[in-house]
Write a protein that binds this ligand. Structure first.
Ligand SMILES: C[S@@+](CC[C@H](N)C(=O)[O-])C[C@H]1O[C@@H](n2cnc3c(N)ncnc32)[C@H](O)[C@@H]1O
Length: 232
């Protein structure tokens, strides 16, 4: 579903490349680890330090790559559509390869990764099937796919992914709403099974960093899903 039917902010809306291209320099000052890293830390079913090769789709400035490196993943390839975000990832010096590409059709080799991740990007895709298909294509037969997303309930409350431009104007980035049933349908069609799921709420940790969000207290803001290809 297009986000516009839920939009309560009506900010000017930019494409992924224009929006993240302009946001890249300040992105890490804004995004909170509580959104995604906190959920990754709750995951039990993936032994991170046993994953030898990982692909981080929509790697952005490399926050997930840093997190995986700290947990012992030795080789991580990153893919992103926005050159300015990739430059941030390159500056971290932790990725084996970085590729400027759409995550829905990457040049990554088939069946070559133990783990594929995507964090905070699925809301920019009009359809989830190409994401789950591409993750399935590049993952080993028993590999994992970990997806962290902006929660559909929160998007439906009318707040798009957005940032403030250099002149202070709020800019939204083109968003779509995917229900959990949309995820399940696309994932099952691509051959994935769901192992684990978590939801992150606006809680005391969030409010300590964003006190203005008290009106959203207890609402779910993000989610994490762990998918695996079933054993044959
Ligand atoms: C909110 S950032 C998340 C970056 C990083 N995963 C993180 O957690 O910090 C969203 C990223 O998704 C990327 N992106 C959005 N649509 C994409 C697509 N179709 N293919 C590749 N990257 C995409 C954007 O360029 C941006 O870097």
């Amino acid at each position: 579903m297009d986000f516009s039917r839920f939009d309560k902010r009506n900010y000017p809306t930019h494409s992924v490349q224009d929006g993240y291209g302009a946001w890249a320099a300040t992105y890490e000052d804004i995004v909170l680890d509580a959104m995604d890293l906190r959920l990754l830390a709750r995951i039990q079913s993936v032994a991170w330090d046993h994953q030898r090769e990982a692909a981080d789709l929509a790697c952005g400035t490399g926050r997930i790559g840093v997190w995986l490196t700290q947990r012992g993943v030795p080789a991580i390839d990153g893919v992103d559509l926005t050159a300015e975000m990739l430059e941030g990832a390159r500056a971290k010096g932790i990725y084996r390869n970085l590729v400027l590409s759409d995550l829905r059709a990457t040049p990554l080799q088939p069946a070559s990764y133990d783990l594929v991740t995507v964090s905070l990007a699925d809301e920019h895709l009009p359809d989830l099937h190409p994401l789950y298909n591409e993750a399935a294509r590049i993952t080993h037969p028993h590999g994992y796919f970990v997806l962290v997303g902006y929660h559909p309930f929160f998007l439906m409350s009318g707040i798009p992914t957005h940032y403030n431009s250099a002149s202070g104007e709020p800019i939204a980035i083109q968003c779509y709403v995917h229900l959990f049933s949309d995820h399940l349908r696309a994932a099952l069609a691509a051959g994935w099974s769901l192992l684990e799921m978590h939801e992150g709420l606006i809680d005391d940790e969030w409010l300590a960093q964003k006190p203005k969000w008290r009106q959203y207290e207890h609402q779910p803001i993000s989610f994490a899903m762990v998918w695996r290809k079933p054993h044959p």
